[in-house]
Structure formats: C-alpha cells, structure tokens
Write a protein that binds this ligand. Structure first.
Ligand SMILES: C[C@](O)(CO)[C@H](O)COP(=O)(O)OP(=O)(O)OC[C@H]1O[C@@H](n2ccc(N)nc2=O)[C@H](O)[C@@H]1O
Ligand SMILES: Nc1ncnc2c1ncn2[C@@H]1O[C@H](COP(=O)(O)OP(=O)(O)OP(=O)(O)O)[C@@H](O)[C@H]1O
Length: 288
C-alpha cells in the first residue's frame, strides 16, 4: 500500500515571546498560517516492521535524527504497531529556514501513518503526539491558520486570511532556533499586537493584517545575519504591503495583494538570493 501527504511550510504572521519558562522553553503567542510551498511525502507499507527514511536532499538526515522518522517511531511504539513504513521526502521547503519544514514533514507522517496503519486517531490526538516531537508540529498537523500559545503547541483555529501572494526569500545561511531563543533579551524587545492581528483576520481585512505583522525574534536574527535586514529593505523598496521574518529566520516574507507587485518583488530578490519563492497563502484547514 502506498499513499501521499502534502507537507506545507508555515509562516508566522505574528510571533510574540512572553517570558522564559522553568522548563527552558519560552511562553509564546503566535499567529501562523500555511503557504503553498510544500514537501511531498510518500509512504509505503513495510511488512518487516522497520522504519526507513529517504530523501534526495543532502541537507536532511536519513536516520532517526529526521523528525519524520521520529514521528513514525513515536506512533509505532505508542500504539504497538507491527508494520513498518518507508518514508520518502521530496524536499522543496528550504532547511533551517524558519518555515517549519521538518515539523511539517513530521506532521504529514503522523497523518499519513494514521491512515496507512489504520489507527483511526483524531486530528487532536495526532496534534498531541506532535507536541512530543517539536513545538511547531501540532500546528502543522492541523495546517490552515491558527493562534498558538504555550510553547507553541496549543492551537486554536482561525479563519483563513484574505488570499494574497507571499514572496519568500532565504539568504544562504541556516539558523538554529535554539541559538536565536538563547540570544533573545526580553528587556526592550518588541512585542506584536497579537489580538490586533487576530481581529484583522476575523474581519478579513488585508490592510489590517499587514499593519499587525510583528516578530519578537526578528531583532535577534537581524543582529546575527545582516542579509536578513538587506532582504527586508529590498522587499519594502520593491513595494511589499508587509515584510517580516518568519519564525527564528532567516527567511523573510512579503505579503502582497497585487500580482504585478508580487512579481516585481520576486524579480528584484532573485538577483540577491538563490532561494526565492512566490506562492499563495493556503490559509484554510483541510478538515474544515
Ligand atoms: C520559532 C518557531 O518556529 C516559531 O513558530 C518555534 O517557536 C520553534 O519551534 P520548533 O523549531 O518546533 O522548536 P523545538 O524543536 O520545540 O525547540 C527548539 C529549541 O528552541 C527553543 N524554544 C522553542 C520553542 C519555544 N516556545 N521556546 C524555546 O525556547 C528551545 O531552546 C528548544 O530547544
Ligand atoms: N524532515 C526534515 N526536514 C528538514 N530538516 C530536518 C528534518 N528532520 C530533521 N531535520 C533537521 O532539523 C533542522 C531544522 O530544520 P527545519 O527545516 O525543520 O528548520 P526550521 O524551518 O527553522 O524549523 P522551525 O521553523 O520549526 O524552527 C535541520 O538542521 C535538519 O538537520
């Protein structure tokens, strides 16, 4: 038996870090949405009980370090599944980019093996398992648009924002999420207006969304990698409606409501970075 799952990238329309917790994680409040830049996950049933991960990308580990492997292993052990799975990852999302590529692969594997192994777990149960793998995995299980709290694993669904173009540009540096959180000094950090962002989404108000983008982690990564600031300047200059770094970076995205301006931003960034994408916001949850 063989099946496929789409694993879309996420962007953080807003990301607020509230405080550092006793367990070392940070309490966050975020608005996240999925975009149509996706890995493609192929799953094949293995009768011998093994879990195998394959990918043609040289940036992705092909063993138990892969979040997709961990997702299959977690569910196999927890539900004492005898069968195994071969996971092939067609990697399209840039790695260590702030786009939750690994988390989305893990979420797609949770959804996929639930079907492949006939487990009948609910989406909420899969999201709970996802939280054991990483903070972004629960959101990726649901997809669509969500309000995330806790360390990022508590998700409330939001309506889809108005459709628009998202131009993404990743400079040729990888960023460790852990390093960015470690370098964050919460005194004097910027805090986005999350409630303002949620209200704008609920009003289906594109301009309101653009007015409320913000990311507490952006200042940290801007100091570590000057390319992030250069990309932001180029995007503003080329006419973006909103510009923000996603997650811990280094990918920067623009929101644009007009095709011609999105194309202009894409073209101007192509001369500066190798990894530039012009995609649509997905916005809606597949189960709604
Ligand atoms: C930056 C974001 O991508 C925004 O969506 C997430 O907050 C990070 O999500 P993630 O990559 O799934 O993060 P995890 O794999 O759970 O954690 C990686 C590291 O980031 C730090 N971390 C992560 C999430 C959080 N709320 N507080 C943290 O301090 C911790 O040092 C942790 O060891
Ligand atoms: N399936 C996977 N795809 C990509 N990276 C993976 C995967 N599994 C494990 N990794 C490892 O995880 C690290 C982070 O990769 P990933 O692309 O998920 O980062 P990210 O987009 O910054 O994530 P986030 O936005 O959730 O912080 C990489 O260095 C990579 O070695």
């Amino acid at each position: 038996m063989q099946l496929f799952e789409k694993a879309p990238a996420k962007i953080n329309l807003s990301l607020d870090v509230l405080y550092k917790r006793e367990d070392g994680f940070h309490e966050v409040e975020m608005v996240m949405t999925t975009v149509d830049l996706a890995d493609r996950i192929e799953l094949n049933l293995l009768e011998d009980g093994s879990i195998r991960v394959e990918s043609e990308s040289r940036f992705v580990p092909n063993d138990e370090r892969n979040l997709a492997y961990r997702a299959a292993k977690l569910i196999k052990d927890r539900y004492e599944v005898e069968e195994g799975v071969r996971i092939f990852i067609e990697k399209n999302i840039p790695v260590a980019a702030g786009l939750a590529g690994g988390s989305s692969d893990a979420a797609a594997v949770l959804r996929g093996v639930n079907r492949l192994w006939g487990l009948n777990l609910s989406t909420d149960q899969l999201a709970e398992l996802g939280a054991e793998i990483g903070s972004d995995v629960s959101f990726c299980v649901y997809g669509g648009t969500g309000h995330a709290t806790g360390r990022g694993e508590k998700i409330k669904a939001l309506p889809a924002p108005p459709p628009c173009w998202v131009v993404l540009a990743k400079p040729p540096v990888g960023v460790s999420t852990q390093t960015v959180y470690q370098n964050l000094n919460l005194e004097g950090a910027l805090h986005p207006d999350t409630q303002g962002m949620i209200a704008a989404i609920q009003r289906f108000d594109f301009d309101g969304i653009c007015d409320h983008v913000g990311n507490t982690l952006e200042g940290v990564t801007l100091k570590l990698h000057e390319e992030v600031g250069q990309i932001k300047d180029l995007m503003h200059h080329a006419g973006a409606d909103a510009v923000l770094m996603s997650g811990s970076g280094p990918t920067v995205f623009s929101l644009v409501d007009q095709d011609a301006r999105a194309q202009r931003i894409y073209n101007s960034l192509k001369g500066f970075c190798h990894e530039v994408y012009m995609v649509r916001m997905l916005g809606y949850r597949e189960d709604t």
